[in-house]
Ligand binder design. Structure first.
Ligand code: V55
Ligand code: FE
Length: 496
């Protein structure tokens, strides 16, 4: 018997080792000038284990969730981080050890944990109807206080949300403030049921669809237009036999094609149309944006042709191929006038490496847009191995800004010993034109093992950071982020 030790967790090294503390830091050190008018809150959903996993090959996706908050007030930045007090974290803390087992396989949990929600809330923060949510796709939303980061609890929208799960990527419609979301495996593990929801800006359920997916697969993200909801399936599949065998929930099957549901926002279940693609299209992790033009639905998204997740094994037994973590930004056009169940594909930006973490100016969701921002590995940027340490993998060291009109790319780096996190676009003013504003991203400096929040002019990424908010410690790994302006998201926004 002894205390906690992470020596058997091979992932708990360097910047990937959990922090295991909560911080409150008033008035962080700032290098450079914080832009006037940058007032608001930057939230990050992060992974941070309190206890070593029960299986050493566990996925980082199975880590406890923590939320970080950088609050900007007139050039001053206060930082706060808190664990999300999930039923799971509370039970494990009481037992002083990990009780949960393999990712999304209840049979592998300690018997005392089999009836406890596996929710970690570790994926995406969003503010909606006055609450901060942090989502995990296998569970209902976790609700928190947006100021104190105190956990409120699992959220079922006052009993209106009856699915067992809820996507980590709901969309906020900038035209209405509605939250549009879906659930997969919505009636429990391995169920083919999908639920789709529209909640108004007060959290009231306005519309609900229940449909069946042609394949039970990881459906990590969705897209919306002003008229349609788009739900792509992937080749990351599961079945009851795997779960009964005590295996991790997902396996990547390279023979499974992509299927896409297009749901008219004013239609009902029978108006849902499924389109059918190829296995080379079945690794869409995140979407960029979508729009409906006439009777065409147009989706831009990074899509890979192979397994994106090293810890979810290939179904054919082959070893993980790191070159498969290589999405290109594709444009998929679905013609609703045609009887054809396929779609047109164009590649907008090719040869990318490293991640699928892409964002855009969230005010332009559902409509034509020009710019998106993505975290990538830029192999042309040198990493200083003398000062940064002899890392065996290339770090995601660059934010690319894609110009979807001209094909041009602008790049942001924070230094040659720095990795970056998902970019967050912040408009310069509520009524600023698309793309006029700032990119926020947390940089990890391997030479000092410290983190900093980097701020750059979104129109001049190549000029490098204009300010750095320096922390005296390293931060945990962010999954996704959210910016909430002081005046509230969409307040004062006039689409043009
Ligand atoms: C993803 C991330 C998750 C997860 C499932 O990137 C999919 C995709 C951080 O957790 O549980
Ligand atoms: Fe995601």
């Amino acid at each position: 018997m002894g205390g906690v030790s992470f020596k058997d967790d091979p992932t708990a090294k360097g910047f990937f080792a959990p922090l295991r503390f909560e911080a409150t830091l008033i008035d962080c050190e700032v290098e450079g000038d914080i832009p006037a008018g940058l007032n608001g809150s930057f939230y990050r959903s992060c992974i941070d284990r309190r206890y070593p996993p029960r299986f050493p090959d566990d996925t980082p996706y199975n880590s406890d969730g923590a939320v970080d908050l950088f609050r900007f007030t007139n050039g001053h930045v206060d930082f706060r981080s808190r664990y999300i007090q999930t039923p799971r974290l509370k039970a494990e803390t009481a037992a002083r050890r990990a009780l949960f087992g393999r990712y999304r396989n209840r049979g592998t949990y300690d018997p005392s944990a089999r009836d406890i929600s596996p929710n970690t809330g570790n994926t995406t923060p969003i503010i909606h109807h006055g609450r901060l949510f942090s989502f995990k796709e296998d569970s209902p939303p976790m609700a928190m206080d947006p100021d104190t980061l105190e956990t409120i609890g699992e959220w079922d929208f006052h009993g209106q949300m009856r699915a067992k799960t809820f996507t980590a990527h709901p969309k906020i419609d900038p035209n209405t403030g509605d939250m549009i979301a879906f659930s997969y495996e919505a009636k429990g593990d391995v169920s083919p049921d999908l639920a789709v929801f529209v909640f108004d800006k007060h959290g009231k359920l306005k519309r609900e669809w229940w449909i069946k997916a042609p394949v039970v697969s990881m459906m990590h993200d969705m897209a919306i237009t002003d008229r349609h909801i788009i739900l792509p399936t992937t080749g990351m599949v599961t079945n009851q036999e795997r779960l009964d065998a005590g295996l991790i929930h997902w396996t990547y099957d390279s023979s499974v094609p992509c299927h896409v549901a297009i749901i008219p926002r004013d239609g009902d279940d029978k108006d849902v149309r499924w389109f059918h693609g190829t296995p080379e299209q079945a690794m869409l992790v995140h979407t960029t944006n979508a729009r409906t033009e006439g009777n065409k639905v147009i989706l831009d998204a990074p899509v890979a042709s192979n397994n994106f997740h090293p810890f979810f094994p290939n179904a054919d037994g082959s070893a993980f191929d790191v070159s498969g973590v290589s999405p290109n930004i594709r444009r998929w056009t679905f013609d609703l006038d045609s009887k054809d169940t396929g779609w047109k594909e164009e590649v907008l930006f090719g040869g990318l490496r490293g991640t699928s973490m892409v964002r855009m100016d969230d005010r332009y969701l559902t409509r034509p847009f020009r710019w998106s921002y993505m975290l990538v590995v830029d192999p042309t940027l040198p990493f200083d191995r003398e000062r940064g340490g002899k890392l065996s993998v290339r770090v995601a060291n660059s934010i690319f800004r894609f110009d979807h009109h001209t094909g041009a790319i602008d790049r942001l780096s924070a230094g040659n010993t720095h990795s970056l996190s998902e970019p967050q676009f912040v408009p310069a003013r509520p009524d600023a034109p698309e793309g006029e504003g700032y990119i926020l991203t947390v940089a990890n400096d391997y030479s000092e093992m410290r983190s900093e929040l980097v701020i750059a002019d979104a129109m001049r990424l190549g000029d490098g950071p204009i300010a750095r908010v320096k922390l005296p410690f390293r931060l945990h790994t962010q999954v996704h982020g959210w910016w909430e302006p002081q005046e509230g998201f969409l307040t004062g926004f006039r689409p043009r």
